[in-house]
Design a protein around this ligand. Sequence first.
Ligand code: HEC
Length: 412
Amino acid sequence: MNRTRNLLHGPASFSFAFLVAALAFGQGVATDGPAALRVCADPDNLPFSDREQQGFENKIAALVAADLGVTVSYFWWPHRRGFLRNTLRARECDVLMGVPQDMDAFITTRPYYRSAYQFVTRVDRDLDISSLDDPRLRELKIGVNMIGYEYNNSPAARALGARGVVGLIGFPTFYNEENRPSGIIDAVAEGNVDVAIVWGPLAGYFAKQQDVPLALAPLPDVDVRTRTPFAFGFAVGVRKSEKALLARIQEALDRKRGEIERVLGEYGVPLAASERAMQPDGGQAAGTKTEAAPGTDGGSRIAEAPPDKLLASTDEYQGWKWFHVYCFRCHGIDALGSDLAPNLRNSVSSEGLVTHDVFLQTVREGRPEKGMQSWKELLDDSQIEQLYLYVKARSDGHLAPGRPHRAQASIK
Ligand code: HEC
């Protein structure tokens, strides 16, 4: 079922986060300076990387290597299941470009860029959509990327679904011969959808290649209503044992900051405002406007306080309550798992096999032969849905362990 490729960046970045979080690295021997910057990268994942080294991550790796006075060498592996196992962990390479911060499986620099999902529309349509609450979204044809074979579990679909906006049009996220990630942007240009919601670097890069001018406007960093995050920072990652290497890369990134921003600009990456955490010594903010296409407003964003990781939507909060009534005694506090039952946060992540539908089905029917009863007498479908939303929020990482509190009144 997980045959799809997960992009390291963007819509699947959370999936990737859990793919890597699920792996633990052994402690290796710290090395001295590298002779070459040995980068693990996807050979066919523009605008991020490709075998011809035409992606912006390739360019940034080259800048870092030049600064360190070494060459870059690549170990190519597609970003899908097994990526880390076969690359960093197998010691085929030492450096991951463009990974999410705060992963368990490796250590990272401060992010060198931060981007957000974008609303993409044709400039000549004059729609100027910049809010998930825009009432016109109910009437418009909206394209979103799918995660796996479903679009319903994409972050945009979730945030719109909470507003009663359904019936979105799904586009594949993964790369193969038929499915190119530019398809969703082509659909906007050709008028097959009115608006698409697309991860920033993909939106900016593919919008630039269209003949008709497309407008980009960022989604909020975090949707207050569903707590869905739409902006993410990306950093360089290395094995946990390679602290010295990481420190050298951080210094190189700091020295090359200006050039890195230029590269990101060339690729049309719309930047979101930097989090304070990424600023060395409270340095200058890197968030800038980026012209992604003619007539495009790259959209500058105002820095926000770090997201409150215990803030839950009403449904997630309810789900947490049910969980702690019915499920925690086997599945563990905070859904971490126990001797009795699996860690459900892994089950619903991209590494696990439990999709939304499998979750509902499993909870309704139970797995009596394995020691879990059926819950359908005790819980109705909306309660099971809330349980799913809670476990998913814990799995995505936007809800931290502990007692959550509820989002303010904004929810029905
Ligand atoms: C009495 C212990 C027990 C309780 C209580 C319990 N479960 Fe389970 N659950 C299990 C066991 C054991 C499994 C593993 C079954 C298997 O190996 O296939 C399981 C499996 C699952 C799975 C499938 C996980 C996977 O990776 O395949 C889901 C989803 C699940 N439980 C949800 C829930 C929810 C939601 C609740 C609360 C309403 C709950 N469970 C309560 C014991 C329990």
